[in-house]
Design a binder for this molecule. Structure first.
Ligand code: AFP
Length: 359
């Protein structure tokens, strides 16, 4: 299913949000019940194989949450002393979370292959297990630099359909290089004051809270639509020298507030965790920027396949917009597994104002 979401310059309304089961009805709506009800929809945005895959990913996120919460009481903090394929110092939890996702997902028969921020090449499904129709990409721990200082981190995941040809051959990197509009599901777990799972199968964005007493994900919000007009931006000001003149002016005008051309004050956040920023924006609005380096666009920070694309899918489903500064992120054709892009996402009016003028 290709996501037909309106173009960037019109505030995209999410595809008709599904009538989620009523969390207030007394009956706990678990993730399993929610996904089965999505599967039963006439347009079946969540076939059985996808439902099983999402339940497996959600189960792995519970295990990741358990590992993270051990902190200094378990051997999970600190770094491994080496760098990952991104050239970033690899944290112990990066590898623990990556292995939990691989181990949970490789035997179920839903996947043709996986790819991760922490692995240079794709992870094929071992020959002893059946191959399935989906491709899973993930950032096992987003915000790794926050782990050792007890700030929010998350897991980001994206599901694509594997090309039919994969059935008869080995999966290649090229099979993953699909525009984000081809995603059939995306989500994140956020390991913060609460442990939350937020996901979409193209029928709106839904939030599940981990009930730690019984270990069950329970529907607590959705379909979520981000509030408009919240004057709050998230950007790393230390990267100022890398911004284009247009982005620099966009931020400067907001810093000037009532003393500048906009005549209104803005607030700023920077938790150094995209998952925390995206969740805040879905819940209360605002805008997130991590622009590409204007002097060398290839030196953008965020990865297209397993950070920008899943978050863009979620943001658009919640009524927002997501751009690389010049184009809709979900329309971009990836050229490599770990390709990096600039990201501006959130309130459509703010995304349009921060994006480079066309023409
Ligand atoms: P890490 O996972 O390496 O901590 O990076 C997190 C991230 O990819 C994204 O979640 C943040 O928004 C951004 O990088 C933070 O980047 P800075 O460290 O440059 O602020």
């Amino acid at each position: 299913m290709t996501i037909q979401t309106p173009v960037l310059d019109s505030a995209p309304a999410a595809s008709a949000p599904a009538p989620a089961p009523n969390p207030q009805s007394g009956q706990p709506v678990t993730l399993t019940r929610f996904l089965i009800e999505q599967q039963r929809r006439p347009d079946s945005p969540c076939p059985a194989g996808l439902r099983l895959l999402l339940e497996t990913v959600a189960r792995a996120c519970k295990a990741i949450n358990f590992a993270i919460s051990k902190g200094a009481l378990g051997d999970v903090l600190g770094s491994l002393g080496n760098e990952n394929v991104q050239g970033e110092v690899q944290k112990k939890l990066d590898v623990i979370a990556n292995d939990l996702l691989l181990d949970a997902n490789e035997w179920g028969g839903q996947l043709a292959a996986m790819a991760s921020e922490e692995m240079e090449t794709l992870h094929p499904i071992p020959g002893r297990f059946p191959k399935g129709e989906y491709l899973l990409t993930f950032d096992p721990i987003d915000g790794s630099s926050n782990i050792d200082v007890n700030l929010s981190v998350g897991t980001i995941f994206s599901v694509l359909r594997a090309p039919d040809a994969c059935a008869g051959r080995d999966v290649t990197e090229a099979d993953f290089l699909q525009p984000g509009a081809e995603q059939v599901a995306a989500g994140y777990a956020i390991y913060g004051p609460q442990t939350l799972l937020v996901l979409t199968v193209g029928t709106g964005v839904y939030e599940f809270t981990l009930d730690r007493e019984i270990g069950s994900w329970r529907l607590t919000d959705g379909p979520m639509q981000m509030p408009r007009g919240n004057r709050e931006f998230a950007v790393n000001m230390a990267r100022r020298r890398q911004w284009s003149p247009h982005v620099a002016q966009y931020i400067e005008e907001r810093i000037c507030g009532t003393e500048g051309p906009l005549g209104v004050d803005y607030n700023m956040r920077w938790p150094a965790s995209m998952v925390a920023d995206v969740h805040r924006i879905i819940k209360r609005g605002g805008v997130f920027l991590y622009p590409a380096d204007s002097r060398n666009p290839g030196k953008a920070r965020l990865r297209l396949l397993y950070e920008a694309n899943p978050m863009a899918f979620l943001i658009e489903q919640a009524g927002g917009a997501a751009s690389n500064g010049t184009a809709r992120i979900l329309d971009l054709m990836p050229t490599s597994l770990h390709e990096r892009v600039g990201v501006i996402l959130g309130d459509p009016a703010e995304v349009a104002a921060a994006s480079e003028p066309q023409g």
